[in-house]
Write a protein that binds this ligand. Structure first.
Ligand code: PBG
Length: 325
């Protein structure tokens, strides 16, 4: 079809036409709100680089989670900041660990909300790596048991879904096995399947106090230059029993989301990470762009690329915008 026979502008001339032909629709159903839980009571420490986000004690997590639920947000993702860190991340899988306590309280006090837990060791190890350290390397196989114990303890505390983000090889199978053998065959796994070694996590590491004390995460997280490898990583997690697979970060990896969408028929989550949030907030604060518009455009783009759900620090703000429509 060529001009002048075809004029694409015919169907752009008013909002009703535009609504009728709109291909992608963002809904509050697609949003998941990440939250940071700390020990204590009445704690609400602002995270400087992430305006509107806080390290919250359990009582305040409950308030925040209720507010999210009341806005129609179906799920939250919990991260924990423990009091105590050690080489083997023992507070990651302790019965009274911070995430376990928070989940127990949330499930008691907030109905109709899916509670997902991030399963990783980096917030709980004194060295800040996502697995067990042997000399100066991260020992893959020695980490698997600890990750499985962590996931199981989250399920025992009442988590509706567990989300391993460590990027150790084989952890999805190990976690599936531990869940199945202990009566949690119905607990789904959302696997951070294609997780890149990204500088976009910078604000998060301040929020979660989880920056590695030596080296970086390049030996376990993916090289940003690779996308074929993402397909292999995702296929592997599907084989191992993942129920939802995730691509992370989101905005700089839309091609990866789109590629994975073509290859895999499971639901796809995209994690729009802390740095994506902070960049928009910073530019908005400077008056250099319209933060709200960039937020909505970015979220719709992530969905257009093929994500079914989006983990985003904008969840509440976006829910508010969507309600206005
Ligand atoms: C834990 C984890 C990280 C994020 C989610 N889970 C940090 C990391 O891998 O260094 C990053 C989330 C964000 O930046 O918003 N491994």
């Amino acid at each position: 079809m060529l001009f002048p026979d075809y004029r694409p502008r015919r169907l752009r001339q008013n909002e009703n036409f535009r609504r009728m032909i709109r291909e992608t629709r963002l809904s509050v159903d697609n949003l998941i709100l990440p939250m940071f839980s700390v020990e204590g009571k009445g704690v609400r420490n602002p995270i400087d680089s992430m305006p509107g986000h806080y390290q919250l004690s359990v009582d305040n997590v409950v308030k925040e989670a209720k507010a999210a639920r009341d806005m129609g947000i179906p799920a939250v993702m919990l991260f924990g900041l423990p009091d105590r860190k050690d080489a083997l991340a023992t507070s990651a899988y302790a019965k009274d660990g911070i995430v376990q306590k928070t989940v127990r309280t949330l499930k008691k006090k907030v109905k109709d909300l899916v509670v997902i837990t991030d399963v990783c060791l980096c917030e709980y190890t004194d060295h800040g790596h996502c697995g067990v350290v042997e000399g100066d390397t991260i020992d893959n196989d020695a980490s698997l048991d600890l990750l499985a114990r962590t996931a199981l303890s989250h399920a025992q505390a009442g988590a509706d879904m567990v989300a391993p983000s460590d990027m150790m090889d084989g952890r999805v199978a190990e976690i599936r096995d531990a869940l199945d053998q202990n009566g949690f065959a119905s607990t789904p796994i959302m696997s951070y399947a294609a997780k890149y070694c990204s500088a976009f996590y910078y604000p998060f590491r301040q929020a979660a106090e989880s920056a590695p004390k030596f080296g970086d995460r390049r030996t376990y997280q993916m090289d940003p230059a690779n996308s074929l490898e993402a397909v292999r990583e995702v296929a592997m997690d599907v084989e191992e029993g993942a129920d939802i697979i995730m691509v992370k970060p989101a905005l700089a990896y839309l091609d990866v989301i789109s590629r994975v969408r073509e290859e895999i028929d499971l639901p796809i989550a995209a994690y729009s990470v802390s740095g994506e949030f902070s960049m928009i907030k910073a530019a908005d604060k400077l008056g250099w762009l319209d933060g709200k518009k960039i937020m909505m455009e970015s979220l719709v783009a992530i969905k257009r690329a093929g994500a079914d759900m989006i983990l985003t620090y904008f969840a509440k703000e976006a829910a508010k915008e969507l309600r206005k429509d």
